[in-house]
Design a protein around this ligand. Structure first.
Ligand code: ATP
Ligand code: MG
Length: 431
């Protein structure tokens, strides 16, 4: 019996993990410049935290949640997305209070869980990097969040991207539009997919997000939410558009775009790629929007919010597809070769001394002959070899060789122990 990883999960192995670390460190560096700080929340929460926020008719709540009763009979769920937990933490820790600077800006990264049909760029355990900013209604903040997402993708070497935006307006907008949409879709009720039939009266906007081709045909002719915006909602969206333009960020407006979670209002956006590595057509890699009202929904005060989530798996697929190369990070500085068994303690001491000087070092652990050890050093592209035989052991010296030129020097062991950086700079001076 061989064990296999659960369906929809992946092992991220050395070779790939470097790429993941690069994505994460690039995100941290960019978020720092925008003054977003990291928040870490639990990987599971009360089921209600997600069901209240994502919406009863969302795919996440109806089909995708990993929920369970724990031994104390609590209904819990593995987090399907990051925002709800951050909002819960924001309220529970009273971060809305006057002690914290507003907007209160945080980011997170980590695994999310959704019971989905796995395919390229779609898993059951996947990973997101996301940001949230609380406490400002300013349309410029919507744009800052979008700009930050775009900059992140650009810095990761991804440029062939499309930004699509829309607005879901405010509560009045939604109420007016909701009725218009029901009126329009009702005559086609029998032809709609089962999901859409169920959702039409509960949440007709969900029908706009249907992936069923027939539903999509009707949706194409449906009234546009842009015709139902209140003047406040119109003004907010106009300012978002004008500010994006001022920043030189290209975008298109798609009035049919909704997003899979119910908590959004006003600006929503998706950054998409049509790379074949993610399947046919355009696939979203980073998405978000405004969620004024969500903090209240979970029991906090009235507080505006805006954020995005980015799927790391999809970004990594795009980076591979675009042939993004990373700076060489796993350079081996020194390979320590021991000629006889008696040298084992000394070679380990030397290896440790190099590491303590801040360089990378390794030695043999498989009892290989000197010749095989040199071969390993070559294969791993070691910059230097440091060799100890019986003679060197007797004299307390090592033979240090610069592999690129073949140049060698004899160095006292104590000099290596004292300051290996000094040894190297003296070596360089001699050349
Ligand atoms: P989709 O329409 O592709 O199902 P979604 O609207 O459910 O996406 P969001 O909840 O907005 O996705 O999540 C934001 C991002 O997280 C997505 O754009 C994607 O990059 C990533 N993502 C979402 N679900 C998955 C998944 N199952 N596997 C891998 N990445 C995912
Ligand atoms: Mg989804």
């Amino acid at each position: 019996m061989r064990y296999q990883r659960p369906k929809g999960t992946a092992d991220i192995l050395p070779g790939d993990s470097e790429l993941w670390q690069f994505v994460e460190s690039t995100a941290r560096a960019i978020f720092r410049t925008y003054r977003y700080q990291e928040i870490r929340t639990p990987m599971f929460e009360s089921y209600d935290v997600f069901s209240r926020t994502s919406g009863d008719t969302s795919d996440i709540v109806t089909k995708e949640m990993y929920d369970f009763m724990d031994k104390g009979d609590r209904h819990l769920a593995l987090r399907p997305e990051g925002t709800a937990g951050v909002v819960r933490a924001f309220i529970e820790n009273k971060l809305y209070g006057p002690e914290t600077q507003k907007p209160y800006k945080v980011y997170y990264m980590g695994p999310m869980f959704r019971y989905e049909r796995p395919q390229s760029g779609r898993q059951r355990q996947f990973h997101q990097i996301g940001v949230e900013a609380f406490g400002s209604d300013d349309p410029a903040l919507d744009v800052e969040v979008i700009a930050m997402g775009m900059q992140l993708l650009n810095e990761l070497g991804l440029h062939d991207l499309k930004l699509v935006i829309n607005t879901l307006g405010d509560a009045d907008t939604r109420e007016n539009y909701r009725q218009a949409l029901i009126n329009f879709l009702e005559p086609h009720f029998d032809e709609l997919s089962e999901d859409s039939q169920n959702r039409l009266h509960k949440n007709p906007l969900r029908v706009l997000d249907s992936k069923d081709p027939k539903d999509q045909e009707f949706v194409a002719d449906a009234p546009s939410i842009l015709d139902f915006l209140t003047s406040e909602a119109r003004s907010h969206f106009d300012q978002v558009e004008a500010t994006l333009t001022a920043l030189g960020i290209d975008f298109t407006v798609d009035p049919d775009m909704v997003r899979g979670l119910d908590y959004y209002n006003h600006t929503i956006f998706e950054i998409m790629s049509n790379s074949k590595s993610l399947g046919e057509g355009y696939t979203t890699v980073l998405a978000g929007g405004r969620y004024n009202g969500l903090v209240e929904e979970l029991g906090g005060p009235e507080m505006a919010g805006v954020g995005f989530g980015m799927g790391i798996e999809r970004v990594v697929l795009l980076m591979k597809d675009a042939g993004v190369t990373l700076p060489e990070l796993d350079q081996l500085d020194v390979y320590v070769v021991g000629i006889t068994e008696d040298t084992s303690a000394m070679t380990l001491q030397l290896t440790e001394a190099v590491r303590q000087a801040g360089m990378t070092a390794d030695r043999d652990y498989l009892g290989r002959k000197a010749k095989a050890q040199f071969k390993t050093a070559n294969k791993q592209n070691a910059r230097y070899t440091m060799t100890v035989g019986d003679v060197e052991l007797e004299n307390r010296t090592v033979n240090l060789k610069l592999m690129a030129t073949g140049e060698e020097i004899i160095v006292p062991v104590d000099a290596v122990f004292a300051d290996f950086n000094r040894v190297l700079s003296d070596f360089a001076d001699e050349e």
